[in-house]
Design a protein around this ligand. Structure first.
Ligand SMILES: CC(=O)SCCNC(=O)CCNC(=O)[C@H](O)C(C)(C)COP(=O)(O)OP(=O)(O)OC[C@H]1O[C@@H](n2cnc3c(N)ncnc32)[C@H](O)[C@@H]1OP(=O)(O)O
Ligand SMILES: N[C@@H](CCO)C(=O)O
Length: 336
């Protein structure tokens, strides 16, 4: 096993677990999977799994490992999980160390567009193998927002006995037409031109991540000195940044996993699936989220029999990353 878990390593440095061949939910297979993950805290403390969103990775917070920027993407919430042993893994199909389209295929070249289709359930199955390898039978909590919320929910449904608490944020139980519509349009841009298309895809996506109110307040119809609309310049900036740090084929694979997301598939529908959850759950949404609308979290909260918690924010879907004080308070409430 490459890069075996170093017991007591508090550094957050990236580690690796190699798994054997995997059969995938939609019929494909992979000859082997490498999982990149990081841990923080004392392995003797209760374990918590944090699930990153679409373009996140295992570098959740603090203490940069080789090749990682610092701080991580949820650095502001490190305090909320002190006293826990925190695990965060790069997702199957990603491009930050876990097997994905940029990894080598059996012929030695990158998988690229040949990478098989993976689902949220496939991604969680890989995380189950990671938990087994780490000797973690039951998570004190599984936490996730957006695509990370899908994996958190899949954990709680597929393995209720292994999830004591669930934090489900700014996500849904099944992909909506709106989400599939924007994501397939983004995929089409990437398929036409991987690098330029990824920039365009991120611009389209970023629009859905923010609210019309916020964009209007920040940019209105302002034209910059360089002649560009300020809002266009802003979106271009986010597009360029993502194209500089993310693999285009991975973007397609991960957005496709979100397109096919349906926690009720093969389980008699969404409500029947959610009835399996035994975790103490906190379900929250962002009031201005136009992509994962509050009704989607309401449906999950209703099925789980818990009140929906609403974060008031002008930032839309990205509120799950930006509103660290409000989200941190909810997290603390759940974890105690
Ligand atoms: C968990 C995860 O899943 S993903 C990992 C974290 N996510 C990412 O890194 C994705 C990319 N980033 C984002 O989505 C967002 O930046 C967030 C959510 C992380 C943070 O959002 P905010 O703090 O509100 O930042 P905001 O969206 O305003 O962007 C600020 C950037 O826009 C730039 N910007 C602002 N106005 C303009 C403009 N008119 N023209 C060009 N650039 C502009 C700023 O200079 C700044 O650049 P920098 O990020 O390179 O420093
Ligand atoms: N900013 C988030 C948006 C998707 O939830 C990301 O890049 O992953």
């Amino acid at each position: 096993m490459a890069g075996a878990w170093r017991e007591g390593d508090p550094s957050g440095a990236r580690q690796f677990l190699d798994l054997g061949p995997r059969q995938l939910e939609l019929g494909g297979s992979l000859p082997g999977v490498r999982v990149a993950y990081e841990t923080w805290g004392d392995p003797a403390d209760p374990p918590v799994l944090v699930e990153h969103a679409l373009t996140g990775d295992s570098h959740l917070f603090g203490a940069a490992g080789p090749g990682h920027p610092t701080p991580g993407w949820w650095a502001a919430l490190e305090e909320q999980v002190s006293g826990y042993f925190v695990v965060c893994a790069n997702v199957l199909g990603g491009c930050q160390g876990t097997t994905g389209p940029a990894s080598a295929a059996p012929d030695g070249g990158p998988w690229g567009a040949r990478f098989p289709e993976v689902t949220i359930a496939d991604q969680v199955a890989v995380e189950v193998a990671l938990a087994d390898a780490l000797g973690i039978d039951r998570w004190a909590a599984v936490i996730g927002g957006s695509m990370g919320g899908m994996r958190a929910l899949e954990w709680a449904v597929a393995h209720p006995e292994r999830v004591a608490q669930l934090f489900f944020l700014a996500s849904g139980a099944v992909a909506t037409a709106d989400q599939i519509g924007t994501q397939t349009t983004q995929q089409a841009a990437v398929t036409l031109d991987p690098v330029g298309g990824l920039e365009v895809a991120r611009r389209i996506a970023h629009l859905t991540y923010r609210s019309a109110f916020e964009l209007q307040t920040r940019f209105g119809n302002e034209v910059q000195a360089d002649g560009r609309f300020a809002v266009a310049s802003y979106l271009e900036h986010h597009g360029t940044k993502l194209a500089g740090r993310f693999d285009p084929h991975s973007y397609v694979v991960l957005t496709q996993a979100m397109n096919t997301w349906d926690v009720g598939r093969g389980r008699g529908g969404v409500e029947a699936a959610l009835a399996r959850v035994t975790a103490r759950s906190l379900v929250a949404g962002i009031d201005s989220d136009r992509l994962y609308r509050i009704g989607e979290q309401q449906r999950v909260a209703d099925a789980l029999g818990v009140p929906l918690r609403v974060v008031e924010s002008p930032y839309g879907h990205d509120g799950f990353l930006v509103e660290t004080a409000a989200v941190g308070a909810l997290l603390r409430e759940l974890l105690g």
